[in-house]
Design a protein around this ligand. Structure first.
Ligand SMILES: Nc1ncnc2c1ncn2[C@@H]1O[C@H](COP(=O)(O)OP(=O)(O)OP(=O)(O)O)[C@@H](O)[C@H]1O
Ligand SMILES: [Mg+2]
Length: 241
């Protein structure tokens, strides 16, 4: 399988009220159609790493950062950031990446259907039956005309997954997508998503602090190792395979 993400010596620092945070990634390679978990405690940099993988956050430095969303399409992301090609990065993201946020991130004034169709509209894609079939698999096809505020938390996350998949991305990123749900609902939703992603041949990366779940699903995991750098009060966090 081709390598979708290839990162080498990627660093991102963030200043937080006098104390520093530094995320460091010596080397990560994620192959097409792999299903990978980013595992680590709160504050270790999972969302920071996902935002960089989503091309939404600029690394401070990167020896190498490439993205190959399709076999015949490859980008040097570090070069695009260096050249400040934000519009190109946004276009790659819009076309190839679906992103599910922890709280779903649905627009409250749009119906479920309009929320799901939004990524397709932004790309001028025609209406398509596949969105309806994904909605059916996710079990939300009867909720399409409701506003998100009238759904349960679990239903909202199902909608968020459906929306993230509606423009047929090759990559799905999910940031603790079921953290606000009870464990049984969380596992049910993830089981459906895993099946769907496998069928659609999508590469999936999920941030999670639920070790037990990650082990149970038998996912490859990238673990976080922390060290506090003594002088300077910098909390250094490293993700390794
Ligand atoms: N926009 C920001 N500006 C400055 N610092 C930030 C910002 N976002 C996050 N941080 C800091 O970066 C560090 C990593 O945060 P991040 O959100 O990536 O962690 P996380 O692993 O996703 O945590 P959680 O499990 O709680 O979601 C934290 O110390 C946090 O305070
Ligand atoms: Mg987070």
């Amino acid at each position: 399988m081709p390598v979708v993400y290839s990162l080498k010596n990627v660093v991102k620092s963030r200043l937080v009220e006098g104390a520093g945070f530094r995320l460091s990634i010596p080397s990560i390679e994620i192959n097409a159609q792999e299903n990978v978990a980013l595992v680590g405690h709160s504050g270790c940099g999972k969302s920071t790493l996902l935002d960089m993988l989503a091309l939404a956050l600029h690394p401070d430095s990167a020896e190498h950062f490439s993205l190959t969303p399709k076999e015949d399409e490859s980008y040097s992301i570090d070069t695009l950031w260096q050249k400040k090609k934000q519009n190109v990065l946004a276009k790659i993201r819009k076309q190839h990446i679906g992103y599910v946020l922890q709280q779903g991130g649905l627009l409250p004034y749009l119906t479920v259907r309009e929320n799901i169709e939004l990524p397709r509209k932004l790309m001028d894609m025609p209406e398509d039956d596949s969105t309806r079939s994904i909605a059916r698999v996710m079990g939300i096809h009867r909720q399409l005309d409701k506003l998100p505020g009238l759904l349960s938390a679990g239903e909202r996350q199902r909608v968020a997954f459906t929306r993230a998949l509606s423009h047929r991305p090759t990559i799905l990123l999910a940031d603790e997508p079921t953290a606000s749900l009870d464990p049984i609902t969380a596992r049910k939703i993830m089981a459906v998503v895993m099946e769907l992603v496998k069928g659609l041949k999508i590469t999936m990366i999920t941030a999670s602090h639920d070790w037990a779940h990650v082990y149970k699903m038998d996912l490859r995991s990238l673990h976080q190792e922390a060290e506090v750098v003594e002088n300077g009060n910098v909390y250094q966090s490293t993700f390794r395979d």
